[in-house]
Design a protein around this ligand. Structure first.
Ligand SMILES: [Cu+2]
Length: 372
């Protein structure tokens, strides 16, 4: 039996247990979290140990095998850094930039752990959807088409009219199957926001995968020099290593409790494949929590501290020198940190809700002296 078969059997076991009773997620951990250590001898003897392998040898339990990235259709590393500025279609005489995107909602099965498939509802085939990024004051047009199996919307956290709010029964309301709508509003306030489907029942439409990150860069002309490090047109932004991390989870058994937790959908992905960073350059994380069914999530960084900007709507940190923050659903914030004074190595970060960690929300930076 190869590792993928073994893993699939284990995950089927997970599904059966979850459907049988409304037991807590931690009780489901054992079948999913087959020890990497226990399988290393027979399954991976031929592989060269990586830093991550060395780490797991000290007792971390994770999934076995790998998600099929070709079938998944996106690379997890790209999703971390894929900022979609859309297409600039017009610059008006007053300087206003018009920025447009095409977003299509459709149903698609995604692999959220090796051998474990989730029947997702997606924006553009991804979970989370594209990271839409714009500059403060841009006029945004999001051309939304619903090619899914249910009515959907795009509800943006931002400032806009009721007509474009993307909520059932208000303004344009739900977009029927096969129908479309162009959401139009100005990019404000600057900060880190999100968008998600706001069709009823809301819980189901969000947790099925219809959400994404929405970033509005502060305008240095209005906000001053501090804004330059968060705006791509300015030299001050160039040294930053930026990552988007959406804390999400999946109820694979549809019992209103999650079985798999992650950042950007795939359990343990960035623990098995730590995120490579250059220690000489600062790090900025755009962190969003969209987990359904659990009231609170958290982010804890090992061996270092960071500054935090709640909602990203200020240029001065709202928390300084912390190593953990918590977020309720739809809460988000920007984390800024530096490893300049650290030795190279693996530095973990994870939810400090142990249950979430053990079910997939665990990751690490691979901090290197230089990255070429
Ligand atoms: Cu929906």
């Amino acid at each position: 039996m190869d590792s993928s078969q073994l893993n699939r059997r284990a995950l089927l076991g997970l599904g059966t247990r979850g459907a049988a009773a409304t037991i807590g997620a931690s009780a489901l951990a054992a079948p999913l979290l087959l020890s990497h250590q226990a399988t290393a001898k027979d399954e991976h003897q031929h592989e060269t140990p990586t830093q991550a392998d060395e780490h797991t040898a000290h007792g971390q339990s994770m999934t076995m095998g790998e998600v099929d990235l070709d079938r998944l259709g996106w690379h997890p590393d790209e999703l971390l850094t894929d900022f979609d500025y859309g297409e600039v279609t017009e610059t008006r005489p007053d300087g206003t930039v018009v920025r447009e995107w095409n977003i299509v909602a459709f149903d698609r099965e995604i692999e959220i752990a090796p051998g474990l498939f989730f029947p997702a509802w997606t924006y553009n085939g991804r979970v989370p959807g594209p990271t839409l990024r714009a500059n403060e004051g841009d006029l945004l047009r999001i051309h939304f088409t619903n090619a899914g199996s249910h009515p959907h919307t795009m509800h943006f956290h931002g400032i806009h009219s009721a007509f474009h709010d993307g909520v059932t029964g208000i303004g344009r309301g739900e977009i029927a199957i096969g129908d479309q709508h162009t959401y139009e509003f100005t990019a404000k306030p600057f900060g880190l926001h999100l968008y998600h489907c706001h069709a009823s029942p809301l819980k189901r439409h969000i947790h099925k995968g219809l959400y994404g990150t929405f970033i509005v860069n502060p305008d240095p002309k209005k906000r001053g020099d501090l804004a330059k490090k968060r705006h791509p047109d300015f030299e001050e932004s160039k040294e930053w290593q930026e990552f988007v991390m959406v804390m999400n989870a999946f109820d694979t058994t549809f019992d209103a409790a999650n079985e798999v937790y992650a950042i950007n959908s795939i359990a343990f992905q960035h623990m098995k494949h730590p995120i490579v960073v250059d220690k000489t350059r600062p790090i900025r994380i755009y962190l969003v929590n969209v987990v359904e069914f659990d009231l609170i999530n958290s982010f804890h960084l090992h061996a270092n501290f960071f500054d935090y900007y709640d909602s990203g709507t200020t240029l001065e940190p709202t928390l300084r020198t912390v190593d953990i923050i918590s977020q309720m659903q739809a809460q988000r914030g920007i984390l800024e940190m530096s490893f300049a004074e650290h030795e190279a190595g693996l530095y973990m970060f994870h939810a400090h809700v142990t249950e979430f960690t053990e079910l997939g929300w665990m990751a690490a930076f691979d901090v290197r002296d230089s990255v070429v």
